[in-house]
Design a protein around this ligand. Structure first.
Ligand code: HEM
Length: 88
């Protein structure tokens, strides 16, 4: 739930950009997508393009119909802090 969720800077997100430790931002929410990588129907290489950065635009360009909030609910680790937040 939202309560107790961490506020995370973009600088912190950028430190997590490897397959062993991949974070991304979607709609202002920060997700640890590491456990999901191997299940991505589009392949690991594709989803890794959003690792360590804000993946919102890329994600929406490819598959805006995919409900990432539902899918990645267990991967939610916090919210992007401050003016680095990028919403569509
Ligand atoms: C397909 C989830 C990020 C590229 C899919 C599908 C899901 C999904 C559920 C199947 C969609 C369907 O069949 O209707 C996710 C999640 C992501 C993510 C949860 C982020 C955390 C990305 C990114 C890219 C990408 C960043 C590209 C840069 C693709 C491609 C397919 C696909 C190309 C089509 C695969 C195919 O049907 O051959 N993704 N995706 N995805 N995804 Fe992602």
């Amino acid at each position: 739930g939202a309560r107790g969720m961490k506020k995370i800077t973009m600088e912190e997100v950028q430190r997590h950009r490897t397959k062993a430790d991949a974070w991304t931002v979607l709609g202002g929410k920060v997700y640890n997508i590491t456990p999901y990588l191997k299940f991505h129907p589009g392949g690991v290489g594709e989803i890794m393009r959003c690792a360590g950065r804000d993946g919102t635009v890329l994600f929406m360009e490819i598959h805006s119909w995919v409900n990432y909030e539902l899918m990645l609910d267990k991967c939610l680790i916090g919210y992007l802090l401050g003016d680095s937040a990028r919403l569509l």
